[in-house]
Design a protein around this ligand. Structure first.
Ligand code: HEM
Length: 209
């Protein structure tokens, strides 16, 4: 069956992501970069107040990333993205689509892995976030299972970093080397053809066909 999400359409003007999608995108970038810094910072520290603080931040930002990813995925499923421009070869469209799908998967799986890992070594029934906010831990997680979840969590983070490197390299290549119109669909990237762009996401885009 053909994958409709990699289909391209000739566009005049170029259709771009909606303001909601753009806000979700750059909010996710900020949260993920901060979370990576937190994760790598506390991991190497000896037990102490600084480590405890950074770990509390890490748990809290993880919970926020999970909520934002679920809200974003819900929005994305209800509002299909703007079509790819035809200048982008089919293999790059397929690679981009699968890169994005894996991002959504990892943005949900990584925090859940972290929650399972923390549940494995938390004594009481709840996990403490910033401001003393308590969330229930996942009951019945053994220490061993928690450690397995922690190892998978770290592996998945390295996969996310690899995908981010590919994703950013592709966006910069499209915009500045190929000078095609793919990246211009995500502001503040611009359409190199320099036509005005229109929001091309969701049902409005489909009804313009
Ligand atoms: C500075 C870093 C980043 C840049 C410059 C960037 C750039 C872009 C651009 C230009 C697009 C539109 C291109 C297309 O749809 O093919 C895009 C889409 C997307 N980006 Fe990024 N991105 C960055 C970081 C991230 C990160 C960290 C994530 C998630 C972990 C992410 C997830 C996505 C997703 C899921 C889409 C597709 C949106 C959708 O269809 O729902 N990006 N990005």
């Amino acid at each position: 069956m053909a994958d409709r999400t990699i289909e391209a359409r000739d566009q005049h003007p170029l259709r771009r992501y909606s303001n909601v999608a753009v806000t979700f995108h750059w909010l996710t970038v900020a949260l993920v970069l901060f979370q990576l810094w937190l994760g790598f910072s506390f991991a190497d520290l000896a037990q102490g107040p600084r480590r405890t603080d950074l770990f509390t931040w890490h748990r809290t930002i993880g919970a926020v990333i999970l909520l934002v990813a679920i809200a974003r995925l819900t929005y994305r499923l209800m509002n299909p993205p703007p079509p790819y421009p035809p200048e982008l070869p089919a293999w790059e469209r397929a690679a981009g689509t699968w890169n994005h799908r894996l991002f959504y998967l990892l943005l949900i799986a990584i925090p859940i892995g972290g929650l399972l890992a923390v549940s494995g070594h938390t004594e009481g029934p709840t996990i403490t976030l910033l401001g003393g906010v308590q969330i229930p831990k996942v009951p019945g997680i053994s220490k061993d299972f928690g450690e397995l979840a922690a190892n998978i969590h770290v592996l998945a983070v390295w996969l996310l970093i690899l995908l981010m490197a590919l994703h950013v390299a592709a966006a910069l290549k499209h915009q500045f080397i190929d000078r095609n119109r793919a990246a211009g669909r995500m502001p503040p990237f611009r359409d190199p053809v320099d036509e005005p762009v229109v929001i091309g996401q969701g049902s409005a885009a489909r009804s313009e066909d």
